[in-house]
Design a binder for this molecule. Structure first.
Ligand code: SF4
Ligand code: SF4
Ligand code: F3S
Length: 382
């Protein structure tokens, strides 16, 4: 095992080989507070990449309701259970990762889903937990103590991918130019060690072709400077496709660096597993913090406070408003004179969004008659 630096754990960790970081690291940021589980992202991905034979139950992107939803069944509770006690001392992880806890002779601690575990992607959808008083009728808001939320899940294109570490054929690789993790289907022989190893269960086995497949980060779009299909189809405008630096190289002009390292608002999913996953989540503000801290690590209380105060932070507010505002990848951004602007790699402006939508009040003389009745005091926002 090599020693590598995992900034999400605040320490070095054992990894099966010495993995150099890519030149750039693809990432996505998801604002869980805005998701309505419409599954537009799921369908955009499916109709683009997984509509063939053997891919019927294959969802590279899925939205699951937490705490009861899973795809495949039990993916996170099973690995957390295997891992045992987890803990943090400040920002430093004190437990073991799936690499450090690997059984003798194995590279990764893992488990393999049954075929039927992939058949119920909507398990637990919209099921809340907690109590709502004595009846299901909720007289007071906010909804007594009941909660649930939606978790947007794609492959994390991990810095230290368990799927790459586990494949005996070296059929999975991480692209040095952007950190995207891909399966070389000409090398894959269907050993499925990747399915056992990936704790997020984001490699999937095609029963027709007998090889593994997974999210490709929409690399043909990225190569043209475009955001992914699941990002651009998102009705809630909660996704951002971007690139993330290590904390010591964070650049406040870059959207993902700003959200992840500068404001520490977007957090990794189960960082304690040790893969340094690269999908980052703005945690939901209405969920008990103990649950969220297990899922997103010790940064949760700070992230929630930052999000709740975003209205007083024009730079952050402006960046959040740039989510979903363009199909192009935003390399840098700024907020000035009440306008958030995004720029491409060449520094050209590609999008501008006002922090406040202008409101116009129509003068009374333009009021029209409705159903024959004269309208008085008619005001209209355009
Ligand atoms: Fe591999 Fe799973 Fe990480 Fe994706 S999420 S890179 S499939 S280990
Ligand atoms: Fe699918 Fe592309 Fe989103 Fe991956 S990034 S889940 S391939 S749409
Ligand atoms: Fe390797 Fe997974 Fe194929 S372990 S051989 S990529 S099924």
């Amino acid at each position: 095992m090599a020693k590598v630096r995992n900034w999400q754990l605040g320490r070095a960790m054992d990894y099966p080989y010495d993995a150099p970081r890519p030149k750039k690291q693809f990432c996505m940021v998801m604002d869980t507070n805005k998701c309505i589980a419409c599954q537009s992202c799921t369908i955009a991905c499916k109709s683009t990449w997984t509509w063939g034979k053997g891919q019927e139950y294959m969802l590279w992107n899925n939205i699951e309701t937490k705490p009861f939803g899973f795809y495949p069944t039990g993916w996170d509770v099973n690995v957390l259970d295997l891992l045992g006690q987890q803990g943090w001392d400040g920002d430093t992880y004190t437990g073991t990762t799936v690499f450090e806890a690997a059984p003798v002779g194995e590279k990764v601690l893992g488990w393999k889903p049954d075929e039927a575990d992939w058949n119920h992607p909507n398990l637990g959808e919209d099921e809340p937990t907690g109590t709502a008083g004595e009846t299901t009728y909720i007289p007071d808001t906010p909804h007594a103590n009941m909660w649930m939320y939606y978790l947007q899940r794609i492959c994390n294109h991990c810095t230290y991918p368990a799927c790459v570490a586990a494949c005996p054929r070296q059929a999975i690789y991480k692209r040095p130019e952007d950190g995207i993790v891909l399966v070389d289907q000409t090398r894959c022989r269907g050993y499925q060690e990747c399915l056992t190893a990936c704790p997020y269960k984001k490699t999937m086995f095609n029963l027709e072709t007998r090889v593994s497949e997974k999210c490709i980060g929409c690399y043909p779009k990225l190569e043209q400077g475009l955001q992914t299909q699941c990002t651009t189809s998102c009705i809630g405008k909660l996704r951002l496709t971007n690139y993330v630096s290590t904390p010591e190289n964070a650049d406040p002009r870059k959207p993902a660096d700003f959200l992840i390292h500068i404001r520490k608002l977007a957090l990794p999913l189960y960082p304690q597993l040790g893969l340094e996953p690269n999908v980052y989540y703005i945690p939901p503000v209405h969920v008990p913090p103990e649950y969220l801290e297990q899922m997103f690590g010790p940064g949760v209380p700070g992230a929630i406070e930052t999000y709740q105060n975003a209205k007083d932070d024009p730079e952050l507010l402006g960046l959040l408003m740039l989510f979903g505002a363009t199909e192009r990848v935003i390399s840098t951004f700024d907020v000035a004179d009440g306008v958030a602007r995004g720029y491409d790699d060449a520094g050209q402006e590609i999008v501008a969004v006002p922090l406040k939508e202008p409101t116009f009040v129509r003068p009374l003389e333009f009021a029209t008659e409705l159903k024959g009745e004269p309208v008085t005091g008619f005001r209209h926002n355009t």
